[in-house]
Every structure is written in structure tokens, then in C-alpha cells.
Design a protein around this ligand. Structure first.
Ligand code: PMP
Length: 287
């Protein structure tokens, strides 16, 4: 089956799905995006993803290209047309197409929008979660506004590539003070030796992950407590558990940091319970 993408008002086969050479996303990374999980035929947490999209657009002064209900309809349509039961739907909005020049183009330039979807085998993901992932740490060399979900992801790409080249799965960005910021495409968590769940506050310096927010709902539902505070790489390495959260990995145990095993080097029980309970708590929308 050929894959279908939405590009500026049209549903096209991937081979014909193209954007203009002077799209400001292509030239300046002048755009924002969202990725929603699709699980068991439902789009997960679409309200929170669209809330964050609106915030990202407004922080960059990009006009929402259409009403929010229309955006949601297109997301659903792309999922439906690609018959994705488990996978991801990706939405990108850029400031639009204009002759290359740094200032914003004139107000009549329409934002450009692309939506794609892909299938992911849930079995492969759950096998990965059963094994856990290894991470390396890298200095955080990103700009200050990582709270905006922009398509400018070069530091994230380079960090992930470094991780792969070093035989790991992901990289954690670390502040000069030694505290963990977040993963290259995920939020980072630990469970302390005393059993306390800890994650960094999302007020600044990291992206407020939608999965992070929903996992906090799961934490409340399970009657667990948590603490929002920065934690160091050393603390994470000596933790009882570590894990990351993201729409693409949900809750993913971290079993090694910089080649040092976390606890016994196997996924811990807290990350597994949070992963198991996630789907019941998350918002589920039929495409
Ligand atoms: N931090 C970064 C840098 C990310 O790219 C992502 C994934 N988009 C996340 C955190 C996790 O966010 P979410 O749970 O909304 O996928």
C-alpha cells in the first residue's frame, strides 16, 4: 500500500508529496511540529498535542493555518488513509513559502502544513521496552527556547547519531552543572534508591512532553508520589531505575548510562507499571 501525505490542502502519494524549495522550514527551520502516538487504532492525547502546537505557533508568531477542528480532522484523515493502527502521526507547520530573506515575510504568506503517518510494529516496541535502552550523555548545546517544539533539531540529530556510533540508543543532554536536561527526543526520569520518582521541572530548559504530563496523571492514579527537581548524571547512574517518556516510546526503561548499568541492568518495576497503565489513562481519539 502506498503511503499518503497531506501537503497544503491535498492528500498525495509520498512519491508526489513535495514542498517548495523556498519553504522557510527548509531554509531556516522556521516551523513547528507535533508527533502523536497511534495505539490500538486510537490517536493518543491529541488535545494536549494540539494545545502544545498552538503554544509553539504563538511563541513564534506563526498563524494557525486553519481552525483547530480542521487540523484534527486532517490528522485523523491521514491516519485513516494510511490505515495505521499502531504508529505515529506527524504534523508540521512552517511560516510558509517566500523569497529567501531573514525577516518574516509579508502577512499574506500562508503557513505551509504537512501531515504524514507511519506504522510501527507494537511487538518490536514492547520487546525493546523489555530489554531497556542504553544512553550516553552529551553537553546541552541547544538554544534556550527548547520549550518550543521547533523543527530545528540539528543538536538532537547529532546527539542521537553520537549515541548510535557509541553503541547506545539515545543521548541525554546535560547542563554545565551536571544535571540531566532531557533526551534527544524524550523526557528523562529516575526512581531514587528510596523509591522516589523524580523528573526535571518543565518550566524552562526542556520540552514539556505530552507523555510526561500524562505519565504524571498515571502516577496520581496509581497513588504514587513524585518530585519535580533536577537530578545529576551521577544520581541517575546510582538510581534504582531510570526511564524516558515520549509519544514514540511511551515509557522506555534506561538500563545503562555512559556504559554503567543502572541498578541490575534490567528494566525496573516502576517504569513497567507506568508503561502498563499508560493506555488506560491517556486520552484516546478514534481517527
Ligand atoms: N523532549 C524532546 C526534546 C522531544 O523531542 C520530545 C519528543 N517530541 C520529548 C521531550 C517528549 O515529548 P512528547 O512526550 O510530547 O513526545
Amino acid at each position: 500500500m502506498s503511503r499518503i501525505a497531506y501537503v497544503n490542502g491535498r492528500y498525495l502519494e509520498h512519491s508526489n508529496a513535495v514542498v517548495h524549495v523556498e519553504d522557510r522550514g527548509y531554509q531556516f527551520a522556521d516551523g513547528v511540529y507535533e508527533v502523536c502516538e497511534i495505539a490500538r487504532g486510537f490517536i493518543i492525547d491529541v488535545t494536549r498535542h494540539l494545545d502544545r502546537l498552538e503554544r509553539s505557533l504563538s511563541e513564534l508568531g506563526i498563524i494557525r493555518p486553519m481552525h483547530r477542528s480542521a487540523l484534527e480532522l486532517i490528522l485523523k484523515e491521514v491516519v485513516r488513509r494510511n490505515r495505521v493502527l499502531n504508529g505515529l502521526v506527524y504534523l508540521q507547520i512552517t511560516r510558509g513559502v517566500a523569497r529567501r530573506d531573514h525577516p518574516f515575510p509579508k502577512a499574506n504568506v500562508r503557513p505551509a502544513m504537512v501531515v504524514t503517518a507511519k506504522r510501527i510494529d507494537p511487538e518490536v516496541l514492547s520487546l525493546k521496552a523489555g530489554r531497556g535502552i542504553k544512553v550516553i550523555t552529551v553537553p546541552d548545546n541547544r538554544w534556550e527556547r527548547v520549550d518550543i517544539k521547533t523543527i530545528g533539531l540539528l543538536p538532537n540529530v547529532l546527539a542521537r547519531q553520537k549515541a548510535i556510533e557509541e553503541g547506545a540508543d539515545d543521548a541525554w543532554f546535560v547542563d554545565p552543572d551536571g544535571t540531566v536536561k532531557e533526551g534527544s527526543a524524550s523526557n528523562a526520569w529516575i526512581v531514587t534508591p528510596q523509591g522516589q520518582l523524580v523528573t526535571r521541572p518543565a518550566e524552562s530548559g526542556i520540552l514539556r512532553g505530552v507523555t510526561r504530563t500524562t505519565v504524571l496523571d498515571v502516577v496520581a492514579k496509581l497513588g504514587m508520589t513524585f518530585e519535580e527537581r533536577p537530578f545529576t548524571v551521577e544520581e541517575a547512574t546510582n538510581a534504582r531505575e531510570a526511564f524516558v517518556t515520549s509519544a514514540s516510546a511511551v515509557v522506555m526503561p534506561v538500563v545503562a548510562i555512559n556504559s554503567v548499568a543502572v541498578a541490575n541492568g534490567h528494566p525496573g518495576s516502576v517504569s513497567c507499571s507506568l508503561r502498563d497503565a499508560f493506555f488506560d489513562v491517556a486520552e484516546k481519539t478514534q481517527p
